[in-house]
Write a protein that binds this ligand. Structure first.
Ligand SMILES: CC(C)(COP(=O)(O)OP(=O)(O)OC[C@H]1O[C@@H](n2cnc3c(N)ncnc32)[C@H](O)[C@@H]1OP(=O)(O)O)[C@@H](O)C(=O)NCCC(=O)NCCS
Length: 181
């Protein structure tokens, strides 16, 4: 299983993955704000994905993560694993991949579902399991969904092999570095 920086060709498969979670997250596929954010993340090299069969750009996506870097705080803006591939470690692999790329000391933050949200318990358990601590309650989402921040300190975990968001060398955007959002 290979984690890649998404390329332009991954945009449509990424929207297909987004369509799977619209019942949970709300509309995205036709939302120009989401589409712009996705394009921006792809351009700056902060859209990480796992493609089916480790295929070429444009293959079906099994999982995707968007990362917003504002050093020393990094935010997971979006994380989804295809329903058919959940509970097989893909979400953990994506999180650990970005943790290894983030220069320490730093903090990785995610805003996720508050307690009691239907369908949100998986994410809450997942983040605790991957080393995040439940933190402050934040403003409800647009449809009134309760939300909560989860935070993970990153101290000395960077392996130094690859600076943040430099794409794998065989990817066309290998020389793109993350820019502040
Ligand atoms: C949350 C999500 C990304 C987890 O991805 P995943 O690849 O299934 O997670 P992993 O296989 O790496 O799971 C790691 C651990 O998290 C916990 N976990 C994950 N899903 C869980 C669930 N449905 N119920 C309880 N615990 C769960 C478990 O402890 C799991 O370890 P285990 O399988 O050995 O018990 C995935 O369920 C998903 O895409 N959900 C819909 C979108 C979403 O909620 N995204 C996050 C919002 S910010």
């Amino acid at each position: 299983m290979r984690i890649c920086c998404a390329q332009r060709e991954d945009l449509t498969p990424w929207l297909d993955l987004a369509a799977e979670v619209e019942p949970l997250f709300g509309p995205m596929v036709e939302d120009p704000v989401f589409r712009r954010a996705l394009s921006r993340n792809i351009s700056r090299g902060t859209a990480y994905c796992i493609r089916e069969g480790d295929g070429p750009a444009g293959s079906r996506l099994l999982a995707g993560l968007l990362l917003s870097p504002r050093p020393p705080v990094y935010r997971i803006g979006w994380l989804v694993v295809a329903r058919s591939r959940r509970r097989s470690g893909l979400g953990t692999a994506l999180v650990e991949h970005v943790v290894r790329e983030i220069p320490s000391p730093a903090e990785l933050v995610v805003i996720t579902f508050g307690p009691g949200v239907r369908g949100g318990e998986a994410a809450r358990r997942f983040y605790v399991r991957t080393g995040f601590a439940p933190a402050e309650t934040v403003e409800p989402g647009p449809s009134g969904t309760p939300r909560q921040a989860f935070r993970r300190r990153i101290e000395g975990e960077t392996d130094g092999a690859q600076p943040l968001a430099v794409c794998a060398r065989d990817e066309p955007s290998a020389d793109r570095r993350a820019l502040p959002a």
